[in-house]
Write a protein that binds this ligand. Structure first.
Ligand code: HPA
Length: 272
């Protein structure tokens, strides 16, 4: 995936959508409900975009949606690319790089995850304050200097101002938030009990199969990131986890996540 390919995709998308997004949004499994609140101006199937990988997993639609959310111009990825599907880490982050060239100033990411913090319950919303990336790093390989530095800093990968805004907004809306560290694993297996215990022991609060690659790519390009993890199952309960359960619980919790995203996005300063 070269800079030329990223530019080619971005210019195709820009010509087709005729839209300049200010904010990028990536929606996790079962969390696509945010899209229902977007006043849609254009949508483009991934399969139509040159160089774009195509999403395969059940529950992911695979298109870019352009429109207004809370009065702001957004581009939402309905369906993301996972490492476990067989895409290379560089393919996984390709759309984030395209969104950067489209002009986004912020990235909002969401995912479904298994809670390993014993205070967490199914349906909880966790603001991601940090991550532990266990998926092969998408920046391995020749650096694209035009996008960012060879050795990008990952302190404050999740923007402190956006975390504060989330807390203030949630308090106003009466939404309860958890805060913590997301562990990005490769999947596609859900974890054994010992693996859940291991992720807890190394400082994780939730574990999922996405997000960290996209956040790394966004931070490489200096885009401020807000991340939200929806706890769809409690890892250390010993109960079996299924994709259907993750989708169902995700959809339920997505109602509050959507309200929070909309109100936060309304409050963003996109002309800093
Ligand atoms: N583990 C990994 N990924 C997940 C889980 C889990 O328990 N739940 C939702 N995504």
């Amino acid at each position: 995936m070269t800079l030329e390919q990223i530019r080619q995709s971005a210019s195709f998308v820009h010509d087709r959508a005729c839209f300049d997004p200010e904010i990028g949004i990536i929606l996790g499994t079962g969390l696509g409900g945010v899209v229902d609140h977007i006043e849609i101006k254009a949508s483009i199937d991934y399969s139509d975009i040159p160089n774009f990988p195509v999403s395969t997993v059940e529950g992911h639609h695979g298109r870019l949606i352009f429109g207004l959310l809370g009065g702001r111009r957004v581009v939402a990825m309905q369906g993301r690319f996972h490492y476990y599907e067989g895409y290379t880490p560089r393919q996984v982050v390709f759309p984030v790089r395209v969104m950067k060239l489209l002009g986004i100033r912020y990235l909002f990411v969401s995912n479904a995850s298994g809670g390993v913090n014993s205070a967490f319950r199914t349906g909880d919303l966790m603001v991601i304050t940090d991550h532990i990336n266990l998926i092969p790093n998408p920046l391995v390989g020749p650096n694209i200097d035009e996008l960012g530095p060879r050795f990008p800093d990952m302190n404050d990968a999740y923007d402190p101002t956006l975390i504060k805004l989330a807390g203030d907004t949630a308090a106003r809306l009466g939404i309860k938030l958890q805060y913590g560290c997301y562990v990005g694993g490769t999947g596609p297996t859900f974890e054994t009990q010992k693996e859940y215990g291991y992720f807890k022991a190394i400082g994780g609060d939730t574990v999922g199969m996405s997000t960290t690659p996209e956040v790394i790519a966004a931070r490489h390009m200096q885009i401020p990131v807000f991340g939200m993890s929806v706890i769809t199952n409690v890892g250390l309960s010993g109960e079996k986890s299924t994709h259907e359960e993750v989708q169902r619980e995700g959809a339920r919790a997505a109602v509050d996540m959507t309200r929070l995203f909309v109100e936060m996005i309304k409050a963003l300063d996109t002309n800093p």
